[in-house]
Design a protein around this ligand. Structure first.
Ligand SMILES: *Cc1c(COP(=O)(O)O)cnc(C)c1O
Length: 382
C-alpha cells in the first residue's frame, strides 16, 4: 500500500462494531462485564484502552511501518513515557538542539530521579561514540532539528545504538511518517508531537509513539496504562481525521516551502537560509537519502532583532505564534520566543542569532505566501 492510500486505509478503516465508515468517538470511561472479567470486546477501562484511541494507535503503527502504536495526551507525555523506560542511574544522549520541552523535562524533572543526560552534536555521527558510557542506555535524536534544521544520520544512529545495546529513539515530528520512517532505517522507537503536522489543524494537543519491538512495546504499554498520560476519544478522533489529509497537506507545504526558500535565497535582506533542501546545508545528502521530502519549517536570518521584528510586523498571512505544522502559516523569532530561556551567549554558540526568523509554512496559495514575505523583506531595504 502506498502512503497516500495508507493514510486513508491504514489502521482500522471502518468501525468493527457498527460498520460506521468513520471511527466513532467512544466517549466512555468503562465497559460492561457480562460476568466478572468477561469483557465483550476486550475493553475494560478507557485508560487501558478505548476503541477510538485503539483505531488511532493502529493508524500510527501502520504509517510508521511498526507493529505497535500508542497515543498520549501530548508530545511531552509521549516523550515522558519513552524516557520512563530508563532506570535510576541510566544515562542518555540527545542532540544538543533538541526540542526545548524535552530539554526541560530531562534537566528539570528526570535528573531528580537520577537519570543522567548529555546533549551532544549528532550531526557528526562519527563523534558520538566517545560520549557513550557504561551507563548509557538510550540515544535520542531529532532530524532535522529546531530551529536550524540540522540533520543527523538516522541509519548510523541506529547502528551505533545496536553496537552498544542502546535504545534508539527518533522524534519524527518535523518530517512526519509521510516523508520519513526511522524504524525502517533500524531505529527502535519513533515518536511524534501529533499536535503539529499529524493533527495539522491547530486544534488538538497529542503525542504518538510507534515501535516494532515487542519487548519495548510491552513496557511502553505498561507505562502508558500505569502513569495514565493517555489521549481522550474526542482528540483521538480529531487526529484520525487530520491524518487522512496528511499527504495532501505535506505535498502543498513542501511546494510552498521550496518556493519561499528560492525567494529568500535571492533576497538581499536575507543573510542566510536554513533548510535541508539547500544543497550547501550540512548533511543535505544524508537528508536526501533518508527522507522522501521536506518539512515546512524554514529558518532564515536578517541583520538583527529589530529587522526581524519589522519583517514580522509587515506580514499578512503568517501568524505570529509558537508551534508549527498546521494548515496556516506561522512565524516566530526563536531568540525572543521558543529559545528565550537559553542564555544569549549559549544561543549564539548554537547558531541562533537574534535576527533569526522561523517559518512554519502552511497550505495557503504559494504565490500569496512568497509575495507576502517578499513585500515585507523589501521594506527592510528602504
Ligand atoms: C512540539 C514538539 C514537542 C512537544 O509536543 P507537545 O505536543 O507540545 O507536548 C516535541 N518535539 C518536537 C520536535 C516538537 O516540535
Amino acid at each position: 500500500m502506498n502512503k497516500k492510500t495508507q493514510l486513508i486505509h491504514g489502521g482500522l478503516t471502518t468501525d468493527p462494531y457498527t460498520g460506521a465508515v468513520t471511527t466513532p468517538i467512544y466517549q466512555t470511561s468503562t465497559y460492561i462485564q457480562d460476568e466478572i472479567g468477561d469483557l465483550r470486546q476486550g475493553y475494560e477501562y478507557s485508560r487501558s484502552a478505548n476503541p477510538t484511541r485503539s483505531a488511532l494507535e493502529g493508524v500510527i503503527a501502520d504509517l510508521e511501518q511498526a507493529q505497535y502504536g500508542f497515543a498520549f495526551g501530548s508530545g511531552m507525555a509521549a516523550i515522558t513515557a519513552v524516557i520512563m523506560l530508563l532506570d535510576e542511574g541510566d544515562h542518555l544522549l540527545l542532540n544538543s538542539d533538541v526540542y526545548g520541552g524535552t530539554y526541560r523535562a530531562l534537566t528539570k524533572v528526570f535528573t531528580r530521579y537520577g537519570i543522567e543526560v548529555d546533549f551532544i552534536d549528532t550531526t557528526h555521527i562519527d563523534q558520538v561514540e566517545q560520549y557513550i558510557k557504561p551507563e548509557t542506555k538510550m540515544l535520542y535524536i531529532e532530524t532535522p532539528s529546531n530551529p536550524l534544521l540540522r540533520v543527523t544520520d538516522i541509519q548510523q544512529t541506529a547502528e551505533i545504538a545496536k553496537k552498544y545495546e542502546l535504545i534508539s529513539v527518533v522524534d519524527n515530528t518535523f518530517m512526519t511518517p509521510y516523508f520519513q520512517n526511522p524504524l525502517v532505517l533500524g531505529i527502535d522507537i519513533v515518536l511524534h508531537s501529533a499536535t503539529k503536522y499529524l493533527g495539522g489543524h491547530s486544534d488538538v494537543v497529542s503525542g504518538l509513539v510507534a515501535t516494532s519491538d515487542s519487548n519495548l512495546a510491552e513496557r511502553i504499554g505498561f507505562i502508558q496504562n500505569s502513569t495514565g498520560g493517555v489521549l481522550g476519544p474526542q482528540d483521538s478522533y480529531l487526529l484520525i481525521r487530520g491524518i487522512k489529509t496528511l499527504g495532501l497537506r505535506m505535498e502543498q507545504i513542501q511546494r510552498n516551502a521550496l518556493a519561499i526558500i528560492k525567494m529568500l535565497q535571492q533576497h538581499q535582506a536575507v543573510e542566510q537560509v536554513f533548510h535541508p533542501s539547500i544543497e550547501t546545508h550540512l548533511n543535505h545528502d544524508i537528508h536526501q537519502a533518508q527522507a522522501e521530502g521536506h518539512t515546512g519549517v524554514i529558518a532564515f536570518e536578517v541583520s538583527n532583532i529589530d529587522s526581524a521584528k519589522a519583517v514580522i510586523r509587515e506580514l499578512q498571512y503568517f501568524t505570529l505564534a509558537e508551534s508549527l505544522g498546521a494548515v496556516e502559516s506561522l512565524v516566530s523569532v526563536p531568540a525572543l520566543m521558543t529559545h528565550a530561556s537559553i542564555p544569549k551567549d549559549v544561543r549564539e554558540k548554537e547558531g541562533i542569532a537574534d535576527g533569526l526568523i522561523r517559518l512554519s509554512v502552511g497550505i495557503e496559495d504559494t504565490e500569496d505566501l512568497v509575495e507576502d514575505l517578499k513585500q515585507s523583506l523589501d521594506k527592510l531595504n528602504k
